[in-house]
Design a protein around this ligand. Sequence first.
Ligand code: SF4
Length: 551
Amino acid sequence: MAATPEQPATTTPRRKAGRHRGEGQWAVGHHTPLNGNEQFKKDDDGLNVRTRIETIYSKRGFDSIDPNDLRGRMRWWGLYTQRKPGIDGGKTAVLEPEELDDKYFMLRVRIDGGRLTTAQLRVIGEISQEYARGTADITDRQNIQLHWIRIEDVPAIWEKLEAVGLSTTEACGDCPRVIIGSPVAGIAADEIIDGTPAVDEIHDRYIGNKEFSNLPRKFKTAISGSPVQDVVHEINDIAFVGVVHPEHGPGFDVWVGGGLSTNPRLAERLGAWVPLDEVPDVWAGVVGIFRDYGYRRLRNRARLKFLMADWGPAKFRQVLEDEYLKRPLTDGPAPEQPSSRWRDHVGVHQQQDGRFYVGFAPRVGRVDGSTLAKIADLAAAHGSDRLRTTVEQKMIILDVAQDQVDSLVAGLEALDFQVRPSPFRRGTMACTGIEFCKLAIVETKARGAALIDELERRLPDFDEPLTINLNGCPNACARIQTADIGLKGQLVLDDDGNQVEGYQVHLGGALGLEAGFGRKVRGLKVTSAELPDYVERVLGRFQEEREDGER
Ligand code: SF4
């Protein structure tokens, strides 16, 4: 179940390279679209839908939208139709997509590196209140998602976002998604290297660029020079992890091919050390391999992890060097083990410059528009203009003078954002769930928030790093396989034989020190109503029977 970062666990055995010539790889001549997604991408680039949104759909309304744009290309601009209210989870798999579609959208604002100014946060808050019925969720990839968006309002929203340097470009779709960056890049006192210039250069060179706007599936990037390794690098398509080379100094170790969902797989090291200024070229080489050699025949085999499973890191590196970079990479060491089990930067920490950053914990990433504005005001009132989002659905306010810290902490706690939260508040994440997601089977956000409150009441003395992740379906948007307690939403039978909302339990997953996937506990399913009792029992037994140092 567990493996060190030097020898990551894999769940897919390596197969002989070259066996899958019929996988729809462009590089071996398979240009004929083999499924509906490949067809609509070939018919028109996803990025081109913006013009139609601005000139046609926003003026003529929802019903004028071409179905291939509605359920396909609009994702390239961060737009998904949301679930029609009132459809229960039992109908998710049986209804046609159009029957699940509401006439409103989720809009994902990409926040590369999780970096926000107070002005940007205020604008997101204003958009939330004016166009999104006050909704705003911090995602586990540092984005902020809004709901209830009308197509008529999208051009005005883009105008407001872009006026402060934000965008929704390629926030979803088969393209390079938000670039996750260490939320304490450039400020943490213990930083190995600041990856921010690489985040910016990749963004400026390649996001919204048609060179990489038709990939086989989504492509996820993470860059961190923090010894905490705070970007879940193990489960990204490509990750650059800070490391010190004995001869060349600080740079990045390259990891490729991670991903969760229904075939989870940890990324593998290429064994290569890359200096900061070469990160964008290596990134582009890996994305190029994915575009050209990625499997396009079947959607459920199209992520880069499947190619990596077949090629292995040695062949992957060889192709990268020979065909894309045209030069060899430098061998490099593996990163040290992460320096902390909590990787979220919650709490008060000193910066390189002597000031402080203050990380705080909303419940399961849920905030709202007016609260975002209050957070921006609070930061500004305490002398800060910069904030960060984290991959644990948390936030950080930067650049706080020492004599302002206590007042800021009190202000955050008055908004119900705890700086010293319980392990339950700190370690529980939830995906969007049935409230808005068309694939969902069960409720997640409200259930997760209620679980936190209940566990705080029942186990006030529990004081161990702990992750409890809730998903609304078998996908893995909230990373259930890598949580101590992972809860996969599904319908289950209660004691009276009725079908009710519940969860399949996975236990013992982790990232970092002992990265590996949780064990699906055979037959162990809990109803939503039983969830607090079940988690309390697991944690109670853990406290009684754990050995020294056991997580
Ligand atoms: Fe939707 Fe499933 Fe992802 Fe949750 S895990 S957001 S329910 S697709």
